[in-house]
Design a protein around this ligand. Structure first.
Ligand code: BT5
Length: 275
């Protein structure tokens, strides 16, 4: 690979996507790569591609983002050449009500990939975070466009902190974020992680389309870090408290309220609280 002249020696190199493509064994995901050294947001770009007819599985990937997005207008810190920022255009054969299962499926795939690279298994924080040793290592941003009866497309965006040292993290996330490098104390190949992630997502995507989420639910549950714990759910206008019991077949979080009744929560942020 040709290294740009202005590249400081010792710094991380740009992604070598040829090596990923050559080794990739996937049915649908990664059918086409759209690579950017820098982009605003891979999700925004992927949405534009989808609106112009991009096919199922096309992948937008960048070495840095200037306007990386989280949920609810939050910011995703996306420095150059250290991490992974990617978005797939998906055209799943799912009814709109089952679209949230894409996020759950992606969390399972991401946890299965990361388990291979980490000394301790990651946990899933419902619905979209991957947590290691209590800190956030990866996040998922799923954006759905629906017709009246079917899902038109889903943009599945994933940010993974890979070779990201704590001292380069901005103050806003330093106490709460981690990376593969931080957890294993040495660097990993972003190409190896990316290849495995695409393959795991491809497999899990096929599984939920074929059989629904139910057969995958036990795997999700096995990674769920807050079962049996008292949690706070931050909804848009209020906070709700209860005991996290797991998820139902649609991927809603099951919360036991103070009267012992099970409530279904379909969106929100979960934080464990002391009993
Ligand atoms: C997420 O949102 O966790 C979804 C993140 C998705 C990012 C990917 S990158 C590729 C694709 N293109 C995009 O534009 N986005 C996707 P949320 O649950 O709302 O979490 C956002 C919060 O995570 C922020 O408010 C920070 O507190 C924290 N955060 C921001 N950057 C982080 C990072 N690099 N590592 C860990 N935590 C971070």
């Amino acid at each position: 690979m040709i290294v740009p002249e202005n590249h400081p020696s010792g710094a991380d190199l740009p992604l070598d996507l040829n090596s990923v493509r050559q080794r990739l064994v996937a049915q649908r995901l990664g059918s086409e790569f759209h690579y950017f050294a820098e982009i605003g947001s891979t999700n925004t770009y992927a949405r534009r591609l989808a609106e112009h007819g991009a096919r199922d599985g096309e992948l937008v990937i960048a070495d840095s983002q200037t306007e990386g997005r989280g949920r609810l207008g939050r910011h995703w810190v996306s420095p150059p050449n250290a991490n992974l920022y990617l978005s797939f255009v998906l055209r799943p054969r799912l009814p709109p009500a089952r679209a949230p299962q894409i996020t759950l499926m992606a969390a399972v795939a991401l946890a299965e990939t990361l388990k291979f690279f980490l000394p301790v298994p990651p946990s899933i924080k419902w619905p979209n975070d991957i947590i290691v040793n209590g800190k956030k290592l990866a996040g998922i941003l799923t954006e759905v466009s629906c017709g009246s009866e079917s899902v038109e497309f889903v943009i599945l965006g994933i940010g993974v902190n890979v070779n990201y040292p704590v001292d380069l993290m901005p103050e806003e996330i330093r106490q709460r974020a981690t990376s593969v490098l931080v957890e294993r104390q040495n660097k990993v190949s972003r190409e190896d992680l990316l290849q495995r992630l695409i393959q795991d997502l491809d497999r899990c995507y096929g599984e939920i389309e074929e059989n629904g989420f139910a057969p995958m639910a036990p795997r999700w549950e096995a990674y769920f870090g807050w079962r049996g714990q008292r949690v706070r759910i931050e909804l848009l206008n209020q906070d709700v408290f209860g005991i996290a019991k797991g998820i139902d077949h649609d991927g809603a979080l099951l919360l036991e309220d103070e009267h012992g009744k099970l409530q279904r929560v379909i969106a929100g942020d979960v934080t464990p609280v002391s009993q």
